[in-house]
Design a protein around this ligand. Structure first.
Ligand code: ZN
Length: 221
């Protein structure tokens, strides 16, 4: 298993060098199993419920909800790549995104840009409409390993926030204070620019009632 994953990583790296990441990803030898730990967020109880471990065959038993239709990334731990960089606790992302995110973060860290904490893959049903019991019904982009949170202690998630201002309500993470706190992400700052160049959108610029200043993903959500 380990040998399979290493050769896949090399193939992906070569593909990126040649500018053919998609083709290289297609050559990756798929895993045999899909396993992950998950939970469901209950909006009535305001807590995680139904914590469970899932393990099944990769090809025979992957369900549509376990696959992100845009990227093809899945909730399976076997599809995640661990990113370990000096001075940063390691985290996992989908193997299709991991090489370019790792390269971008490495470039920033080498130049002393303040990145203290990054979170990536974590599986949970925290999106979608709640059912009659209050249970959310869809996996988040973190569940597919296609979202990362940077410096959450200084880049909070705000609700009631169509445009950022004093009326926005902080619901997770720490206050966003660009220009005051070094670890807060500025819209034109190096971290936001580098991750955009890597093909991600920033949750600080998404439309709607929420602004998620720690968050990056292909859609921004
Ligand atoms: Zn996030």
């Amino acid at each position: 298993m380990r040998r399979v994953r290493r050769s896949a990583a090399i193939a992906l790296g070569v593909g990126l060098l040649l500018g053919s990441g998609a083709a290289a990803a297609g050559e990756r030898i798929p895993p045999q199993r899909c396993s992950y730990d998950t939970y469901t967020w209950n909006v009535k109880l305001k807590r995680a419920v139904a914590r469970r471990r899932v393990s099944h065959s990769y090809y025979d038993a992957l369900t549509p909800e376990e696959v992100d239709p845009v990227t093809g990334c899945t909730v399976c731990r076997e599809d995640q790549t661990r990113i370990a960089l000096p001075s940063l606790p390691s985290f996992e992302l989908c193997h299709k995104l991991a090489p370019r995110v790792r390269a971008a973060l490495r470039h920033l860290l080498d130049r002393g840009v303040p990145i203290y904490e990054v979170a990536g893959y974590r599986v949970g049903k925290t999106r979608g409409d709640a059912d009659a019991h209050g249970n959310r019904t869809r996996f988040s982009n973190h569940a597919f390993g296609i979202a990362l949170d940077v410096n959450p202690a200084h880049n909070g998630l705000y609700d009631r926030c169509p445009v950022f201002g004093p009326g926005c309500r902080l619901i997770r993470g720490g206050r966003w204070r660009p220009g005051e706190a070094r670890a807060s992400l500025a819209p034109d700052g190096r971290i936001v620019r580098a991750l955009k160049a890597a093909g991600l959108r920033w949750g600080g610029e998404i439309a709607g009632r929420q602004k998620d200043f720690m968050h990056f993903s292909p859609s921004g959500y």
